[in-house]
Design a protein around this ligand. Structure first.
Ligand code: GLV
Length: 291
């Protein structure tokens, strides 16, 4: 029995080395050299060729290299009998909190304004006396970790969840709950799973509920945002800024208007990645759970 590492957008030598060391008796097959597909019992997937698991008749578990499992759930070759798992490490959560806080704090603490003042040798303190509210769409493992870090730094937090409650972060549900979170957030952070209910959740209606000084931070999936509606909201001053790490099409095409929009910050799906050591540990423990 063997593990196939089918990750096509990055070098996986180090990960495979860790797996070989931890599981010396298990052949690790590294994309694109899947030489014994019949033996694959577990596949670690990221940006995988859709349908590839058809070649793995013994497959028991499909593990996402990241927190999102949409690439697994939308691959019809992966049936319901295959167990789905995901890698969420402490490093992934910390990276995500760093990314979100970086953008919130740059804005809240006027970093760009002070840089601008510096070019003109202006000595002027800008007021930061309000406590901004950070609204989370989604309060899963990543969302709740990031919300905890925001709360620890004195920011107000609130969240839109399916039904879940939280001791620290007030949660709101349904359409009226979504409206409440949009209306009351200075920063709106998307950390939702991608599915039919959450597709295009940022659209002309939800954007019309947002404050004019709201900054949208999308670290979920590109499919959460209706791109035309977002451009319209930014162009008409309905929200202040959008920080986008994920896109409907990745890499973002060079002709896409987001690249050069002065109210949009684009990053290349780089907000958060797991470290190799912790990732390998989780894969090993998933594998051992199958034995
Ligand atoms: C990244 O996008 C992830 O799902 O972890």
């Amino acid at each position: 029995m063997s593990i196939a590492v089918v990750i096509t957008d990055r070098n996986t030598d180090d990960l495979c080395r860790h797996l070989c060391l931890a599981l010396p008796e298990v052949p690790i097959q590294q994309w694109p050299e899947i030489t014994n597909p019949e033996a694959v019992k577990m596949a670690v997937l990221w940006n995988h060729p859709v349908g590839i698991t058809q070649q793995f008749p013994q497959l028991q578990m499909a593990v996402s290299m990241g927190a999102g499992v949409d690439h697994i759930l939308t691959d019809e070759a992966i049936g319901e009998d295959i167990v789905t798992a995901r890698i969420v490490t402490q490093v992934l959560k910390q990276n995500m909190a760093q990314y979100v806080l970086q953008h919130i704090l740059n804005d809240h603490r006027h970093l760009i304004d002070y840089q601008q003042q510096q070019t003109q040798k202006v000595w002027q303190v800008l007021e930061t006396d309000f406590q901004p509210a950070v609204g989370f769409l989604g309060l899963g493992e990543l969302g709740s970790f990031v919300a905890d870090q925001c709360h620890a730094l004195g920011l107000k937090t609130l969240a839109w969840t399916q039904s879940q409650q939280h001791d620290v972060h007030p949660c709101f549900h349904g359409e009226s709950g979504l409206q409440h979170v949009c209306v009351n957030s200075d920063f709106l952070v998307i950390l939702l799973p991608m599915n039919a209910e959450t597709a295009d959740i940022i659209n002309s209606k939800t954007l019309s509920w947002c404050k004019v000084n709201c900054t949208l931070i999308n670290v979920g999936r590109g499919g959460h945002v209706n791109e035309a509606d977002l451009l319209d909201a930014l162009n008409h001053g309905k929200i202040k800024h959008a920080v986008l790490d994920v896109f409907k099409q990745e890499p973002l095409p060079t002709t896409h208007p987001f690249w050069s929009h002065h109210k949009i910050t684009v990053t290349p799906h780089s907000s958060s990645r797991s470290d190799v050591q912790q990732t390998a540990e989780q894969i090993v423990s998933y594998y051992q759970s199958l034995i």
